[in-house]
Design a protein around this ligand. Sequence first.
Ligand SMILES: [Zn+2]
Ligand SMILES: [Zn+2]
Length: 430
Amino acid sequence: MSSGFLAPRGTRDVLPPESALWQRLESVFRDLCARFRYEEIRTPVFEDTRLFSRGIGDSTDIVNKEMYTFTDRGGRSLTLRPEGTASVVRAYVQAKLGGPNHLSKFFYVCSIFRYERPQQGRYRQSHQLGVEAIGSPGPDIDAEVIGLNAALYAELGVGELAVHLNTIGCQECRPAYRDRLRHQLRSRLDEFCPDCQRRFETNPLRILDCKVPRCGELSADIPSILDALCPACVAHWDGLRRALDAIDVGYQVDPKLVRGLDYYTRTAFEFKSNAIGSQDSLSGGGRYDGLVELCGGRPTPGIGFAAGIERALMAMERAGAAVAKGTRPSVFVARAGEAARSAALRLMHELREAGIAADTDYFDRGLKAQLRSADSTGAWLALIVGDEEMAEGAVALRDLVSGEQVRVPRAQALDRVRSLLAARNGANRS
Ligand SMILES: [Zn+2]
Ligand SMILES: [Zn+2]
């Protein structure tokens, strides 16, 4: 009989010990951001729906098919954030950050919500981390953002990745390329997939990265935008590649990597896993020099990337880097007899206050059963409080690995535990 509740379709629970992996991933990212001097930004889970239809684009699948939009009790149309960048830019504009020669560098870790058909690695509530650097036209900052993304995957141990890199030009050079593209595609347009036929009007560049094989064949001989760049875009592109060489980030130029909307400019990149088929993108990013203005701010250049956390964890798993270890206490506090109950609780509390992970038995079991339970937690030491010890103002200290047991004065118990743990940690490190 099933009368219980299940997590909603497309969502999942992260339980221990898997949650320890999530913590590790996030702490690697946070540490890296501190070294690269990016600071955390936290934005609301929901925003005015118009922010996303403008900031992501009316013509995108995200806005058209995938948003969780609802009307609140005050009649406002709100949407659960389907990605991170629009909210960050909204917050940047709202707080009036920026100004001449000012660069704001943010990172975020957040949930995103998209109504997708659930499949492996895709959830309706999923998780992203990312950075946004707003204020510099680059290209050094572009290389820094890509370098940070590369360092993240290197430190997580996700294995071999390919960095796909492209430039998509700017408002000066892209319109002419777009016209050329339309001109070349028009005669065979009816052979493309329905999505591409729609893209032909709304943003034809996206036809170049259609995943339908037939579309790829049809657009194979289209000349690259790399041959149609204006001098400023050429200079940026050359500068970006020099900067990436300087920081030793390898990449492959991929003219099919495009983002169609007007506010995207120049740099576009994606990190793809070599291990799992060429289509598996772990993260992506690029320059969005028109987005701040679109969200109501002064014209301000920006660049960022977003990485799927679930995807990164899957890649770590495949690379054998996803070993989830549960936490273990250092000390297990056991007691013999009812009279020792309060003394044992107090001892455990003092250990925890002193920064030592401590656990005990919560089932009123006998001492033998408690010590079996101590072994199963993986604790190294046990402190045992009994009638005899209490009468002497002492506790028993047992090394759970060797089985050796000594009696120590209660007043010295914490210090003894501390020095034993320090000696053990020292031994483990060497
Ligand atoms: Zn240009
Ligand atoms: Zn297509």
